[in-house]
Write a protein that binds this ligand. Structure first.
Ligand code: BEZ
Ligand code: FE
Length: 270
C-alpha cells in the first residue's frame, strides 16, 4: 500500500465532502462537474487546470523554496516549452528576418551568489511574439521562432535580441477557459519570457521574467509573478549602442543575471 497516497486521497475526500455539504451540491451540479472534468481530460487541459487553480505555482514554490535566498527564484515551466531550439554562442537573435513590435535586448551573466561566472551555461529561452502568440500555436510563425539556446561566454555572459512579447491569453474556448468565464475570472497572463538555465555542477533553473508595467502584472491568471522576476526595461537612445546592436532606431534594453546554486552533494548513508 502507498501510505502517502492513501493519506492525500483521504484528505482530499474529506475536503470534497466538506464543500458538497457546505453548498448543498445538487445532483445536477455534480453531473455538470463530472462533464467538466471529462471535457478537461478530452482536451488535455489538466495541466492548465492545475495552473489556473494556482496548484502548479504552489508546488513549484514548495519544491524550490528552500534554495539560497539570493539565487534566482524558480517558476513553473508552463505547457509551451519545446525541446530542440537552435543553439547559439553568447549572443542570439530570437527571430530571423523582420518582426513587428518593440525590439528588446536583454543581457546579463549566469553566475553564483558569490559572483563566480558560469562558463558554457546553456540559457534556453522561449517566449510569445508581440501579439502574445507562441510559435507552435501560430501557423504564421516559423518553426522555433522566439526559441533559442544560448551558450554563455568565458565570463558567463549572454545577450539576446528579441521583441517585447504581448500578454498571453491562456484559453479562449477550452473547458478551463469557459470555467474561468463562468466564475468571473479572466484568462490573461502578463507578458513574460521563459528561461531554463543549466550549468555543469549547478541545480538546473527553470523560471520566467515579467515585463514591468504590463497591464496584467498584478493579476496573472496563474499567480506566477514574483517581484524579483520583474524585468526593468529602459528605452535606449544612445546612437553608439544603437549601431552596436545593428539597429537604426531606439530600442528597449534590460539586464538580468541568473544566479545558480551548486548541485547538492548526495546525502551519504552511515
Ligand atoms: C505560459 O507561460 O505561457 C503558460 C503558463 C500556464 C498556462 C498557460 C500558459
Ligand atoms: Fe509563457
Amino acid at each position: 500500500m502507498n501510505v502517502r497516497l492513501s493519506a492525500i486521497i483521504s484528505k482530499l475526500i474529506y475536503h470534497i465532502h466538506d464543500v458538497v455539504e457546505e453548498f448543498n451540491v445538487s445532483e445536477d451540479e455534480l453531473l455538470k462537474a463530472i462533464d467538466f472534468l471529462t471535457e478537461v481530460g478530452k482536451n488535455g487541459e489538466y495541466h492548465l487546470l492545475s495552473d489556473v487553480l494556482g496548484v502548479s505555482v504552489n508546488v513549484n514554490n514548495l519544491t524550490h523554496g528552500l534554495h539560497e535566498s539570493n539565487s534566482t527564484a524558480h517558476n513553473v515551466e508552463g505547457p509551451l516549452y519545446r525541446e530542440g531550439a537552435p543553439l547559439v554562442d553568447h549572443e542570439a537573435s530570437l527571430y530571423e528576418g523582420d518582426e513587428k513590435g518593440n525590439i528588446l535586448v536583454v543581457s546579463g551573466q549566469v553566475r553564483t551568489s558569490d559572483n563566480k561566472p558560469v562558463t558554457n551555461a546553456i540559457v534556453d529561452v522561449w517566449q510569445a511574439d508581440h501579439k502574445g502568440d507562441y510559435e507552435n500555436q501560430d501557423p504564421n510563425q516559423a518553426d522555433y521562432n522566439f526559441r533559442r539556446k544560448i551558450k554563455t561566454d568565458e565570463n558567463g555572459y549572454y545577450k539576446l535580441k528579441t521583441v517585447i512579447p504581448g500578454p498571453y491569453r491562456i484559453s479562449k474556448d477550452g473547458a478551463v477557459g469557459k470555467m474561468l468565464k463562468a466564475i468571473g475570472r479572466h484568462d490573461w497572463r502578463p507578458a513574460h519570457i521563459h528561461f531554463k538555465v543549466e550549468g555543469e555542477g549547478y541545480e538546473p533553473l527553470t523560471t520566467m521574467v515579467f515585463i514591468e508595467n504590463d497591464p496584467w502584472i498584478d493579476n496573472d491568471a496563474i499567480g506566477a509573478v514574483k517581484d524579483s522576476l520583474i524585468l526593468k526595461v529602459n528605452e535606449c537612445n544612445d546612437s553608439d549602442k544603437i549601431e552596436d546592436v545593428g539597429l537604426e532606431a531606439p530600442f528597449f534594453e534590460a539586464e538580468y543575471d541568473f544566479v545558480l546554486t551548486s548541485t547538492k552533494a548526495p546525502i551519504t548513508q552511515r
